[in-house]
Design a protein around this ligand. Structure first.
Ligand code: SAM
Ligand code: SF4
Ligand code: F3S
Length: 442
């Protein structure tokens, strides 16, 4: 009889990619996926450690599972991801309901770990950093996805050590996957219906494998005729090198949305964060790209109320947002993380922090609303990803990742369709497909 696995994923796109790859792996030992967690024989929680009470959230979640399964056969409970890496043995000590703890660089060991547990009832943690072995193993298992737009991790880890961030500790040092391994995976995805590839890494633009860089990868991947769009995320300003900027001149399929986290508009705060770049350097990247293609837009990540941020620093962030008119950005209140340099710094008053977050989000949201509104009555390219949930319309994305809902057909899935936008709100554009026969002849 086959076993059912339920996978719950928190955190960034890299965790989403990992969860899919974990499932590709455990299929080999007889697991099927279930979306109903009460039916699971194995409950896997892929965790994120980036903010707030990440650790407590995990124990809370496990508590919920425990309650649900009180009168049923206990599932095998696995904690994976960044909290697993940070907490390792401590999780097994604190919560006997957890059976296995496995960190992000040890997923190649997951099947053996599960089999070992089933045969010997051995609760263990696997948290060694061994990215080479992981990707070597995973590259032999096909990346199966039914999605039109698919993630492809090319780089892991971080050597930047921003003072607020846990990623260098949970994902380990920067590692770039072998170039040909990535091209093989891209080809496999293209052959199996993927039309947009989103290259992933905690520092994706730090990718460097024997001198082959992200710019080379973009140009090689776009040679695959089935691939219509290429994106990459998340980048660090320091690694926005000339070759990558130049790619925007020659690439045919690289999308004009650049996600480039800046965190703060104040050089004083950037220095305190150990971000290793200045606002002037950031602006120079922005204007160089704009000069190459004026359609390019930026999105970003912001941390407000970082220790030491005064009104002037915060105003500098607001001014930067007003100048660069970021679209679809993320913003957070600084959250002290265990083990980081900023862990014990004096926090800014909670009320002020919340006010600053609201202020920044209002401006970011207003930019988004205006950008979407400016598209009303125009015709844009939409890569169709799926039918809407009620199956009456189609869902796709604009070049800037904005969701678009329109009256397409099931056969449009995987295609780029011209859509006239007639309505919008902050997050979504609504429109109708332009058929050649619909178009007025001038
Ligand atoms: N590597 C990317 C970069 O350099 O910007 C960011 C990766 S991190 C997974 C995603 C975002 O989480 C960061 O850009 C930052 O805005 C936010 N973040 C990270 N640590 C944080 C903290 N301690 N408190 C609040 N936000 C945090
Ligand atoms: Fe975290 Fe900074 Fe590395 Fe980004 S560059 S993952 S924010 S340490
Ligand atoms: Fe979270 Fe780890 Fe991603 S901490 S944001 S899941 S790299």
């Amino acid at each position: 009889m086959s076993q059912k696995i339920f996978i719950k994923t928190f955190g960034c796109q890299m965790n989403e990619y990992d969860s899919n790859r974990i499932f590709d792996a455990v299929k080999k030992i007889g697991y099927e996926k279930t979306d109903i967690y009460e039916n699971a024989d194995c409950y896997l929680l892929n965790t994120c450690h980036i903010r707030d009470k990440a650790k407590e959230k995990v124990y809370h979640e496990i508590g919920r599972v425990k309650k649900k399964f009180r009168f049923k056969k206990k599932p095998l409970v696995i904690v994976a991801g960044c909290v697993a890496q940070a907490e390792n043995q401590e999780m097994l000590n604190r919560e006997p309901y957890i059976d296995l703890v496995i960190g992000p660089q040890s997923y190649h060991k997951i099947n053996n770990t599960i089999i070992n547990y089933i045969e010997h009832n051995k609760r263990i943690e696997e948290t060694e950093f061994d990215a080479d072995a992981k990707f070597d193993y995973l590259s032999k298992i096909k990346n199966v996805t039914s999605k039109v737009a698919s993630f492809l991790t090319i780089q892991e880890g971080c050597d930047k050590f921003c003072n607020f961030c846990v990623v260098p500790f949970t994902r380990g040092p920067e590692y770039s996957r072998p170039y040909n391994q990535i091209l093989d995976e891209a080809k496999y995805l293209a052959d199996n219906g993927v039309r947009e590839i989103i290259l992933l890494g905690q520092n994706v633009n730090a990718y460097n494998n024997d001198g082959f860089k992200l710019s080379n990868l973009i140009l090689d991947i776009e040679k695959l005729p089935e691939i219509k769009r290429v994106r990459y995320t998340t980048s660090h300003p320091k690694d926005m090198t000339e070759d990558l900027i130049e790619v925007y001149k020659s690439s045919k399929k690289l999308m004009p949305l650049v996600h480039l986290p800046v965190q703060s508009g104040s050089n004083k705060i950037l220095t305190r964060m150990n971000r290793k770049h200045t606002i002037e350097e950031y602006l120079s990247i922005f204007y160089k790209l704009k000069k190459i293609n004026s359609k390019i837009k930026f999105s970003s990540d912001f941390i407000v109320a970082y220790p030491g941020e005064d009104n002037e620093d915060f105003d500098n962030t607001l001014n930067l947002i007003k100048e660069l008119r970021f679209v679809s950005s993320y913003s957070f209140i600084f959250s002290p993380r265990p083990g980081t340099v900023a862990e014990n710094l004096n926090l800014i008053d909670k009320k002020i922090a919340v006010q600053r977050l609201e202020k920044i989000q209002n401006i970011l949201f207003e930019n988004q609303i205006q950008m979407n509104r400016s598209l009303e009555n125009s015709v844009i390219d939409v890569l169709v990803e799926n039918l809407t949930e009620d199956r009456t319309k189609t869902f796709g994305r604009s070049e800037y990742m904005t969701p678009v809902i329109f009256d397409g057909k099931k056969t449009d899935i995987g295609k780029i369709v011209r859509v006239r936008i007639n309505q919008s709100n902050r997050n979504t554009l609504f429109g109708e497909a332009i058929n050649v026969s619909n178009q007025k002849v001038a």
